[in-house]
Structure formats: C-alpha cells, structure tokens
Design a protein around this ligand. Structure first.
Ligand SMILES: O=C(O)c1ccccc1N[C@@H]1O[C@H](COP(=O)(O)O)[C@@H](O)[C@H]1O
Length: 208
C-alpha cells in the first residue's frame, strides 16, 4: 500500500518544491509563533500558491485563539488544520476545515479513549512526548504503545529520519508518516538529499 507522507516545518519555497518532486502528499507550516520553524500565514500563502493539485497545505497550531486559526488559515490557504496542543474536541471542530489532532504518546495514556474523544478528527498524529516542547523535538516514542483497533486513521510522527523510517514503517504499518527535523540541516531549513533518501526508504516499504 502507498504510504502517505507529510513534510512539516517548511519555511522555503525550494524545500516545498523538493518535497513535491519526491511525491509527498502534504506540506506542513508551523503557525505557532514560538517555534523556530514559525512561518507567517502570508509567507506560507506564497508557498501554497505553487503547490500542485492534490498536495495538501497543513497548518500546525498549538493552543491557538479561534481568531488566529481563522485569520491564518485564510491567509495561508490551508486545506487541513493540525492541532498540536491541548485543544478540546469542540474547539478543533468549530472551523470550516477538516482537522487532525496530534497526541504526544507516553505510558499511561489511553489512546483508544483519546481517539474516541476526537471522533470528528480526520486522524490522530502520534508524536513523541518531550517535556517543555510541544513538537518538532526529533524524539521517537515507544512504537509498542500504539494499540491495535484505534477508531481513527493514524499518522506516525516523532523523530523519523532516513536511518529509522524503514524500521518504523515495518514495525508499525502506518497509513501515513510525518517528518520535520529528520530532513533538516537547520531549524526550518530542509535538505534535498535528506528528503530524497528518506523518500527512497518510504517507497522501499510499499508493496511488500
Ligand atoms: O516543528 C515544530 O517546531 C513544532 C512546534 C510545535 C508543534 C509541532 C511542531 N512540529 C511537529 O512535530 C512533529 C514531529 O517533528 P519531528 O519530526 O520529531 O521533528 C511533526 O508533526 C511536526 O509537524
């Protein structure tokens, strides 16, 4: 089966075009101003206008105000919202765009129940937990904590890079994966070779 890929934390048009060239399905923009990968909605919009059809523009938010989501998603031309904080199901579902909910996986968290709470979500993005940082940490989590029978489609994230992506896919068999720091040379600056090798790894796992 084809594995869908999102490359997140894009700040430059050339990186978005490299990702598109390698067949990614989604480009992510960090619209949380405290991130080193923050991009303004207007700058994101300047990249989104060059995305071809069927490549989604995803906006990443962390505990935003309602008005920030509305203003930023319109200015950037987003297709999908990614809530990466403690946003409630009601908050996430009030916008006129579909959303995915990120969850930082750790021991003791009931993912089955979590998925049921966010039944309006298009999917759950499973990320690593790291104290004091909501995302983009480059850390992996214990993939054995992913239960079978999740009621939502899920996306594997957290610390993926070219040396572990094949192992990650073989162990977890995700619908989709998400990568940010693992294809970077600096915060928000992606590397064409890293993207290429990463995508080769992903494609090598398909149809096996
Ligand atoms: O990248 C960030 O700076 C960021 C900030 C706040 C929330 C999420 C963020 N990034 C997301 O984190 C995951 C995993 O990233 P990584 O591959 O471990 O670097 C990914 O979904 C990013 O979108």
């Amino acid at each position: 089966m084809r594995i869908r890929v999102k490359i997140c934390g894009i700040t430059r048009l050339e990186d978005a075009m490299t990702a598109v060239h390698h067949g990614v399905d989604a480009i992510g923009f960090i619209l949380w101003p405290q991130s080193e990968r923050y991009i303004s909605p207007e700058e994101a919009g300047q990249i989104v206008r060059y995305l071809p059809p069927f490549v989604q523009a995803v906006g990443v938010f962390v505990n935003p105000d309602k008005s920030w989501v509305e203003v930023a998603s319109a200015a950037a031309g987003l297709d999908l919202l990614q809530f990466h904080g403690d946003e409630s199901p009601d908050f996430c579902s009030q916008f006129h765009l579909p959303y995915i909910k990120a969850v930082r996986v750790r021991d003791g968290l009931d993912l089955l129940q979590y998925a049921q709470c966010y039944e309006g979500s298009k999917g759950l993005l499973l990320d690593a937990y790291a104290e004091g940082k909501p995302g983009g940490t480059g850390h992996i989590f214990d993939w054995k904590l992913i239960p079978s029978g999740l009621s939502l489609p899920w996306i594997l994230s957290g610390g993926l890079h070219s040396d572990n992506v094949v192992d990650a896919i073989e162990q977890t068999r995700p619908l989709a994966i998400d990568v940010s720091s693992g294809v970077e040379i600096a915060n928000g600056i992606k590397d064409a070779d890293k993207i290429s090798v990463f995508m080769q790894g992903v494609r090598s796992c398909e149809n096996v």
